[in-house]
Design a protein around this ligand. Structure first.
Ligand SMILES: NC(=O)c1ccc[n+]([C@@H]2O[C@H](COP(=O)([O-])OP(=O)(O)OC[C@H]3O[C@@H](n4cnc5c(N)ncnc54)[C@H](OP(=O)(O)O)[C@@H]3O)[C@@H](O)[C@H]2O)c1
Length: 344
């Protein structure tokens, strides 16, 4: 498995395993057994998928990843803090960091990625100040952000916050991160972690020539989210055009569409890693995804994929805008699933 030094003392696998899907699995209130979920992730770690992306609000994900860490000290657990809007006191920041440290079972978080809901409220800068202090105190190894737009990622870096990464949606369906964000990364020598590269599984062979699932079919949260992306990108039929070209590229190499779609953002300048969602105990696609370790897309393949993707309408706005303004491209199409939504 390819690895990369995201920051000093933080080497990660370039294919990360994302556990937002745990929250979906637990949405009916029955929590996964953390030991059994860790058992299910064991073959992935053994195959070199040693880095996990979790968050404070992904159900039991931090606890499950912590159980993996207990068995495999070489594992890296990247978590997030999605603060309630307006929260900015040191006590609140410290409490959030302590909660994640306790759930993961570590003294020091490998990477804490901060999400800001509204830039109009200066609370986001206060939070970053406090997080920087906790980093200096050793409670956080490295500090990153998630869903920052290019202007505010740049501003935060110019303000001296020691950010190493921004986690954003980046895929054949959503190429916003290839715009101004790329320049910010180049200017400051920081990197992106890409999610959404498989559009929740819609950007895979299973959906080539398949009927439109719309939003009524029993979709996972992740599929529902990216079905909204597809709607604003021009609809299901135009999306099929991207799947067809990905299939042609895949055919030449004996790959899956998922391999091609996951590799596409990974080949882009500034991208350190791609986060692929897994459902512990349900599906991990390990057999298919382990091919990513030795795969490179050549220039011709990348150009064909770029051409196909450019037939879609661009996703509006900049990175992360789907969480800040309509159209909310979330699982529910609004912010009702996110903490503190009523105050937004
Ligand atoms: N920062 C943020 O705001 C944010 C937002 C969203 C996600 N994320 C992170 O990104 C991670 C990924 O989530 P995502 O929503 O973007 O989903 P995704 O990675 O685009 O899709 C994941 C789904 O794709 C399917 N899949 C995976 N490998 C496959 C393969 N080789 N062949 C066929 N299908 C395959 C699986 O579906 P089945 O399980 O149905 O088989 C899996 O659940 C999350 O867990 C989270 O860590 C972050």
């Amino acid at each position: 498995m390819e690895t990369i030094e995201l920051a000093p003392e933080l080497r990660i696998s370039r294919i990360l395993t994302g556990l937002w899907q745990v929250a979906d699995q637990e949405k009916d209130g029955a929590l996964l057994d953390p030991e059994r979920a860790a058992d299910a992730l064991e073959p992935m770690v053994e195959a070199g998928f040693t880095t996990f992306d979790v968050a404070d609000h992904y159900g039991s994900a931090e606890i499950i990843a912590g159980r993996v860490l207990r068995r495999h000290p070489e594992a890296r657990i990247l978590t997030k803090w999605v603060a309630d809007p307006g929260v900015s006191s040191m006590d609140a920041v410290r409490a959030a960091v302590d909660r994640s440290r306790e759930r993961i079972g570590t003294d020091r978080l490998d990477l804490l990625q901060f999400h800001a809901w509204r830039y109009e409220d200066p609370a986001w800068r206060k939070c970053l100040e406090h997080l920087t202090r906790l980093r200096d105190d050793g409670l956080i190894g490295q500090l990153g952000v998630t869903n920052f737009d290019a202007a505010h990622f740049d501003l935060a870096l110019r303000s001296g916050f020691p950010l190493v990464s921004n986690q954003v949606s980046f895929s054949l369906l959503d190429r916003r991160a290839a715009g101004a964000m790329r320049l910010v990364c180049e200017t400051h020598g920081v990197r992106l972690l890409a999610y959404g590269s498989l559009a929740g599984g819609l950007l895979t062979d299973r959906w080539l020539c398949a009927f439109d699932p719309r939003l009524t079919y029993g979709l996972t949260w992740s599929q529902a989210k990216y079905r909204r992306f597809i709607a604003v990108a021009g609809g299901w039929e135009r999306f099929q055009g991207v799947l067809r070209v990905a299939r042609q590229v895949a055919d030449r190499r004996g790959l899956s569409i998922a391999n091609v779609a996951a590799r596409f953002p990974l080949e882009q300048p500034g991208v350190a890693g791609v986060i692929l969602g897994a459902r512990p105990g349900r599906s991990d696609h390990l057999h298919d995804n382990r091919r990513l370790a030795s795969l490179r897309l050549d220039r011709r393949a990348l150009a064909e994929l770029e051409d196909a993707a450019s037939e879609l309408d661009p996703i509006p706005g900049d990175c992360g805008d789907e969480y800040r303004r309509p159209p909310y491209l979330t699982a529910t199409g609004d912010l009702s699933q996110h903490p503190g939504a009523e105050r937004r």
